[in-house]
Design a protein around this ligand. Sequence first.
Ligand SMILES: [Zn+2]
Ligand SMILES: [Zn+2]
Length: 424
Amino acid sequence: MRDRRAMAGVIGVVAFGALACGYFLGRSDERAGRPLSLVSPAHASERPDLSPVEARDGDFYAPNSEELGPEEMRLIACGTGMPTARPKQAASCWLLELGNGDKFIFDVGTGSNERIAALQIPYNYLDKVFLSHLHTDHFGDLDALFISGALGGRQKPLRVWGPAGDTPERGTKSALDHLYKALTWDLDGRKGITDPRGYKLEVNEFDYKGMNEVVYQENGVTIRSFPAIHALDGPVSFVVEWKGMKFVFGGDTYPNKWYAKYAKGADVAIHECFIAVPDMIDKFRFTPQGALAVGTQIHTAPEAFGKMMSVIQPRMAIAYHFFNDFDTTPAINQRIRTTYDGPLSLSVDYMVWNISKDDIRVRMARVDDDVWPPPATEKPQVPDPSLRIPYSEMIAAGRYDMKSVLQPTYDEINEQYGLDEKQE
Ligand SMILES: [Zn+2]
Ligand SMILES: [Zn+2]
């Protein structure tokens, strides 16, 4: 088992070496039967299959451009960073797509909603979110996904799974009930104007002490949870089992024995890996005492991440929850490598993993900054205007008279679509 995995890691390194030399590598299924040879760019023009005018496949993932095999998983990092915001890395968010069409979002940390949007997936397929815990860097964009997803074409409730707390107020249900109430003005203002079906939250709360217990089972997919050790009682990690493959998403935690047990032998294992303590002091301006406490006790230090991966031996270990920069990542890598020598991804936003039983391909996604919402999968429901909550007389009376300015737009649209819409 170990040999095969070590080999996969070596192949990965060879593949990246080949890419660096400008040698074309096609999709993984084509690549499997093809000998890898390293051709330097200087000799590339001598290759008969390289045309000066024909397109070649890119070695990046372009959203909405590739089919997923029936036994294949695609994992996309939509947030790999920290609670402190930065343009390069949103906070924790992972999209897992399965070849059966199912899609699951694990955490939806602050800033991650725009990463999800960039993947151009119709929102009706983005209706299942699993929360590891209730720190904002793990669920801070849930409100954004809830509202913008409904507006973007999710015509069904957003389903959320998350842990109960040690008291009812600290649980996912309480948090989301209050979040929904906080959105009262937003939701009321959309009544009678938009398709109402997406503006509902379905909350599935489960016991955070459950030991690898099933929290979801539909369509051949089983998702289990087990506890994590972080800040307070309540955080959890998740295991997804599908078609004989195992994907593990670890939320924030001090290294724990349940992860060591239940993540063992995972095909892909995500686990947090914090910034090295010296860089927390130098770059993050922590006191040495604070850096040691946060960087090794509340979270998982890089050397402890490596130790955990040595114990569970995944086909691919994924580290996240650190600022992935040219001057901090070498120290993280070095410390991980004191305790772990297997396949490793030091993640950054938009990293993509295609996972099948015999291959794991790692690339970056190239996204379109000018993205618009994808088409809805079902016909939009025309809202009932009688549900609109009217302005007060005082506010309504403040309308500047634009009727003659706007009437041509009404005429244009009524004629084009055969309607008889009138200004208010
Ligand atoms: Zn946390
Ligand atoms: Zn966190």
